[in-house]
Structure formats: structure tokens, C-alpha cells
Design a protein around this ligand. Sequence first.
Ligand code: URA
Length: 240
Amino acid sequence: MERLQKVIADYGYTSRRKAEKLIVEGKVKVNGSIIKELGTKVSNNDTIEVEGNILEKSNKVYYLLNKPSGYITSVSDELGRKVVTDLIDSNERIYPIGRLDYDTTGLLLLTNDGELTNILMHPKNELEKTYVARVTGKITMDELYKIKKGLKIEDRVCEVKNIKIKKYNKENDSTLVSVTIVEGRNHIVKKLFGSLGHKVVKLKRETYGFLTLDNLPLGRYRTLSLKEVKKLYNYKKTSN
Ligand code: URA
């Protein structure tokens, strides 16, 4: 038997402190009855419902990693190079959702949930990702306009949701630029700027849908909360 607030937190629903608040507010049911006492103990056989959500044990795991440079986005590498799963201590067979290049840093999700992977990777669901790139040279207004309008990269136009010049660095003649795209073609950001003659010398993914890196240090990871996972599932368009 364990305390209700601890069990709610262990499910990953929310923190223990917030679970206590939900209990006091009458938003938690055990076996169908509202429980407002904080000391209540529950067992594995009890059905717990929080804000209308029944908590279910699952072996699904979800990690948000701040990928460092020098890691392959894969679960193994035949050349023996370091892979992103080396950075995560998990008992489950996890894999990365999508890919970041060997030299790209930033937000990468890893999971063993195939259904969520399909949702997040499906182009129809238009998940926005924001990258911050340092590119060689100065990006002109004309180039900015062309990128916004949509440049054809290989056989398809790369739809850019947002692009902002953050800073031009005179000393090394490079530009820091932030770009938001939905698509997931390999090397797409490098190809996009490369098509205008700007080499990407540094690339970091800062956001993935609503998820951000916050202050997560490079090479570190955290697990996603149940609420975050639910929100990711909500990217599924009903027409799929
Ligand atoms: N676009 C790239 O060019 N590289 C990445 O790692 C991600 C997007």
C-alpha cells in the first residue's frame, strides 16, 4: 500500500505536490469515489482516476534528450561510433523519433511507443520544429523572402513557417538564424541554406512541437510527463 499522491506521481501524471492539490480539490477518485484525504493509501488493485483520466500502468517510456554533437541518431552503429541511446539509462528498447545529424545538437525524443512515433512523423500532423543555425555569410532580404515563399529543395518545396535573422556576425561573416519547419527530410535545414550558397556551420534544434529544451544541459535527458505525452498524441489530425 502506498500513499495516493505518491502513486499519482509515480505514474508520471504530475508532481507529488500537485497531486496533493488535486486530491484536496476533489479531482481524484479511487474505485469511483472521490478521495480528499491526503493520507489515503492505495494498492495495485485500486483504480485511480485523476481529472477524469484513469491511470494505467504501461511499459511505454518517453525521453527528451538534449543531443550533443558527435552522436549518431540511431540505436547502434556498425563503425562503433557513439549513438544517442548510449546517453539514456533505460531498460526498454528505445529508439529516436526522427533524426538529427551527427553534428547537430538539441531536442530529440526517444521512445518505445510506435503509435506515437507514427503520429509525430506523419507529415499531415505538421509538427513544427525550430532550429537555430549559424550559416556562412549574410542572408539578404531577397533571400529571406525566397525562403519564406518556399524554396524547392530537390523535388519538393520546403515550407517554412517562420524565419528570423537573430544576428549577423561581422568578425567571421556568419549569420545566426532561427527557422521553423514542419517537414522531416534528412539534412533539410542544411539543404535549405545550402541552396542559397550558405553553409550551415552549427545547428541546434530548440523546439519540437510544444516541447522546448528549457535549461536541460547538453547530453542530459528527462522523462516526459503523462500530460506531455497526451498532448503529443493530440497532434494527430482527425482526418488521418
Ligand atoms: N536539418 C538538418 O540539416 N540537420 C538536422 O540534423 C536536422 C534538420
